[in-house]
Design a protein around this ligand. Structure first.
Ligand code: 5AD
Ligand code: SF4
Length: 371
């Protein structure tokens, strides 16, 4: 019946949400196609209230360190893809990564994310293993460690887990294999990505995934399927954001009118957050930088639509220019310390507070484990 159900009217949708009914495909589709401002406001508010009931009026921080832009992959949408010869490649020395982790610990972030382009050679996997162990040691085990380092073998994932990483983010990018194939060269395998997600979960990581929203050829039904994929995979954390064009990538020519579509990209991103919160309830959902790239207060809007995690970039300024996955990345000329003060004010203005010093584990992880 996929995609063939009659459109649901707004009254029916709001009624289902207000009565806490379990959302079905047609509810999700209806949320994603809503245009009416008042109805949308009601949906965002309901998602926000769900977040407050599940997590409280607090925001978890993860300090994001973009440790290297060297990547062996060639995803059609990404600015640091292998074939983009305009990118100046870097790999942060271990000492600088440790300094960033110590900085995050002192600033009471509670948690960090190490992200990079994809590499799976021994030099890289060994470096990460010793780095994770060193961060744990230097911060007395206080700092939660999330990795976002792409597809790896089960053995590598396991070694990094044993070294002390406990969360892993690996976006499925698009849960529809046809769309996935449209976004990636033929040697990038959808099945491998799924296998990786399975092995991360089996090893015991708190497992996060996500998609890009508003991609060329993506339909609303694809996005509904993405949400159902998160549910059926029993995912603990979601990091998803609007697709943004990077001019030096093959996918750019499929979205020539992007500059005129920024508002709808932002809105679709917010609707996906609200739908995910209403559907999944107790997971962590990040309000991603891609929202902020579209509108200055985009991340705050994400929090008001049901997200509960923010990942401030704490990479040293000298590297930021070289880690541009998309055009319009904010904070290119900021250093680690520049964002925290303003961010804290913005969050407090929403009536929320930063959960300083907390790991901020997703409740869903523990529910899932106990079942
Ligand atoms: N627009 C939005 N998100 C992007 N990513 C990569 N390129 C883009 C882009 N052009 C996202 C992917 C990847 C994450 C690190 O960044 O989803 O998993
Ligand atoms: Fe590499 Fe990730 Fe960009 Fe793909 S999305 S090219 S794997 S950094």
């Amino acid at each position: 019946m996929k995609g063939n159900t009659a459109p649901m009217n707004t009254h029916e949708l709001l009624d289902a949400i207000q009565h806490g009914k379990e959302l079905q495909r047609e509810h999700l589709r209806s949320i994603l196609s809503l245009e009416d401002h008042n109805a949308l406001h009601t949906i965002f508010q309901a998602a926000y209230e769900t977040k407050v009931r599940q997590i409280g009026k607090k925001v978890f921080l993860r300090g994001l360190v973009e440790i290297s832009n060297v990547c062996k992959k060639n995803c059609y949408y990404c600015g640091i893809r292998r074939d983009n010869s305009k990118v100046v490649r870097y790999s942060m020395p271990e000492s600088e990564i440790l300094t960033a982790a110590e900085w995050a610990d002192h600033a009471d972030f509670g948690s960090i994310v190490l992200q990079s382009g994809e590499r799976s050679d021994h030099e890289f996997t060994n470096k990460i293993e010793s780095l994770v162990a060193a961060i744990r040691e230097r911060t007395g085990g206080r700092l939660g460690i999330t990795l976002a380092l792409g597809e790896q073998s089960p053995d590598t994932y396991n070694r990094w887990f044993q070294a002390g990483a406990h969360r892993y983010l690996l976006r499925i990018e698009a849960s529809n294999p046809r769309l996935y194939a449209h976004l990636h060269p033929p040697d990038h395998s959808f099945q491998t990505r799924l296998d990786c997600l399975h092995s991360l979960r089996n090893i015991g990581y708190q497992t996060g995934t996500g998609v890009m929203i508003g991609l060329p050829t993506q339909t609303l039904d694809d996005l509904v399927d993405d949400l159902l994929f998160f549910r059926d995979f029993d995912i603990d954390m979601i990091g998803m954001g609007p697709y943004l064009v990077h001019a030096d990538t093959p996918l750019a020519h499929e979205f020539p009118d992007f500059d005129r579509k920024k508002e709808s990209q932002l809105n679709l991103g917010l609707k996906m957050i609200a739908a995910a919160r209403l559907l999944l309830k107790d997971v962590n959902i990040a309000s991603t930088t891609a929202l902020q790239a579209l509108q200055e207060d985009g991340r705050e809007l994400g929090l008001q639509a049901g997200a509960n995690v923010i990942m401030p970039n704490i990479t040293a300024e000298q590297y930021r220019d070289s880690y541009q996955l998309y055009a319009g990345k904010p904070g290119l000329h900021d250093g680690p310390a520049d964002t925290l003060g303003p961010l804290k004010n913005r969050i407090e203005k929403l009536g929320e507070s930063i959960a300083f010093g907390e790991w901020g584990d997703p409740k869903h992880f523990f529910t899932r484990k106990s079942e």
